[in-house]
Design a protein around this ligand. Sequence first.
Ligand code: ADP
Ligand code: MG
Length: 264
Amino acid sequence: MSRVLSVEDLGIGFRSEGQDFTVVRDVSFSLEAGETLALVGESGSGKSVTSLGVMGLLPPPPQSRTTGRIVLHSGDGDIDLLDLPESRMRRLRGDRIAMIFQEPLTSLNPVHTIGDQIVEAIRSHRRVSRAKARARAVELLEQVGIPDPQDRLGTYPHELSGGMRQRIMIAIALALEPDILIADEPTTALDVTVQAQILDLLRRLQKDTGMAMLFITHDFGVVADIADRTIVMYAGQTVEEGRTETVLSDPLMPYTIGLMNAVP
Ligand code: ADP
Ligand code: MG
């Protein structure tokens, strides 16, 4: 397997009302092409902040401060993401790393049709005609399991269910043909049946595309279904890391056991 991302001794802090406080400490992990790594921990443990650090989406210094290294490994060599100029980082976000969030309604533009939003994502990534991009949008909608994709291009986000909106967000992420997909609690806002469908979809897409996935969740119940490896975070630090089946069958830390027992 080839490595696509290395995070080394990541530290992230914020400044608020003249006070500095650290919310992520000494977090290290790597991600290989074609694998899913779950980042699990209770609310406030630093999972989202870690992923925003990888995406280069934290507030600029001095409001936030990041230490350590985040390295993207690509065909063009290694790219150190910290200290990268924002213009280059924006490019990488469009081309290499895509992200989906818990609430797709806030990420979709309410006044544009989903067809336009997917076409725009495709054309921001590749120079293709509108007609080609529309054809590709239909393919992507098919790929994420939207029925009658041709007819759906003209619909607006509010006309769709939460599960369908998450499928649209996944289509937009796939339009970028990312090496890495960061999924931050992508199923948390969905009911259980739809959750399972979205997990199935992500698993299948990952197999088909060979992308790496960083799957963030507070819910230990879903990691067995999706993750090859699991990292448990507590208060900004990793307290456990290993193959998912090992973490689940033989947790080392009382905190991990507590999280597992919290699964409904
Ligand atoms: P979670 O594991 O639930 O995703 P987060 O990574 O969102 O947790 O948050 C970790 C900690 O960082 C929390 O205490 C949160 O309040 C704090 N935090 C997150 N974003 C900011 C910010 N922009 N400014 C200050 N503190 C923040
Ligand atoms: Mg979060």
